[in-house]
Design a protein around this ligand. Structure first.
Ligand code: 0X9
Ligand code: ZN
Length: 303
């Protein structure tokens, strides 16, 4: 469980219960399914919000990184806002009526449950699958995606490293399941939530060049323009993700490179290492609500 001062955060079981409650309260609007199972056998919950078929699809993913618990709350907040708000807020209603919204609150539930095991934090980042031929545990899911995987010194081949890319692309059942889901849908826009640093990031991550074989200048400019507009609403700093540091095998490069999904990574509150990954639960409401206009802006881009 979460330690004292953090009880407002949702454990995996509490997230699942919350999603079940959402479906019970909004049976015509919300559907709960599983896109697959984690290494330890947890269902990878998917909450679909839709009032009809054939609409542009938008995806929100959270908790690739185990200790980034505020992101799970961000996904839950999105679920609550677009379901509870449907009947009372005409802007919410029109966004929902014109889109299908997919939310995956826990991409790495084994990791986040491990991070809070024993009622204390373990500063855990990766998955919990043992690395074959090594005593190390866990792969960085956000280096495990099959686009320019391991290409560019933006990940590690050392199983003990925090940014270990895994023995092969999609070696982790969690990233594979999410990729299979995306492959089977027509998603137009996506945000992958992380903490921390208060940044709006866009591809490419594997190179400092804004353009590449799969990114024209016009496309790069569109990312920059939307990224800056979103950042103007939440006060984050907008930049191409490689401006932070080079990553290869991250979800955003894959989503864009393979599917031309308008895919962003948000690094949420705070800006620095205190409180870093562990802001107390008084920050959940202000820091998730803070991203409402940016989320709306992204949804509006999916046409
Ligand atoms: O390293 C990551 O995966 C993300 N940061 S975190 O501190 N949450 O681990 C950033 C990924 C964004 N991509 C690039 N920086 N290229
Ligand atoms: Zn992260």
């Amino acid at each position: 469980d979460f330690p004292a001062g953090y009880e407002g955060y949702h454990t995996y079981a509490e997230v699942t219960a919350e999603l079940q409650k959402t479906v019970a309260n909004h049976p015509d609007l919300a559907r709960l399914s599983s896109i697959g199972k984690s290494y330890q056998g947890r269902d990878l919950n998917l909450l679909t919000i839709s009032s009809g078929s054939g609409k542009p699809e938008v995806l929100f993913t959270c908790n690739q990184h185990a200790r980034e618990h505020l992101t799970t709350e961000m996904c839950l907040h999105i679920v609550q806002r677009f379901t509870d708000g449907y009947g009372t807020d005409s802007k919410i209603k029109s966004m929902v009526d014109t889109h299908t919204i997919y939310v995956v609150p826990n991409v790495n539930p084994d990791g986040s449950e491990y991070d809070i095991s024993g009622g204390r934090f373990h500063n855990w980042r990766k998955t919990r699958k043992p690395v074959p031929g090594s005593s190390a545990i866990g792969t960085d899911p956000n280096r495990n995606w099959d686009y320019e995987w391991g290409c560019c010194n933006g990940s590690s081949s050392n199983p003990s490293a925090e940014d270990y890319r895994g023995p092969s692309a999609f070696s982790e059942p969690e990233t594979k399941a999410l990729a299979d889901f995306v492959d089977a849908h027509q998603i137009k826009a996506h945000i992958d939530f992380h903490t921390y640093s208060e940044l709006v990031l866009w591809p490419l991550g594997y190179t400092t060049s804004p353009t590449g074989p799969d990114m024209t200048q016009a496309q790069a400019q569109r990312f920059q323009s939307i990224g800056k507009s979103m950042a103007a609403t939440n006060g984050y700093t907008p930049e191409q993700s490689s401006g932070l540091y080079i990553t290869d095998g991250d979800i955003d490069d894959w989503a864009w490179g393979k599917h031309k999904i308008l895919s962003f990574a948000f690094e949420m509150y705070p800006t620095g290492s205190n409180p870093g990954f562990y802001p107390d639960d008084s920050q959940i409401v202000p820091q998730t609500t803070r991203n409402d206009p940016a989320v709306d802006l992204l949804i509006a881009q999916a046409t």
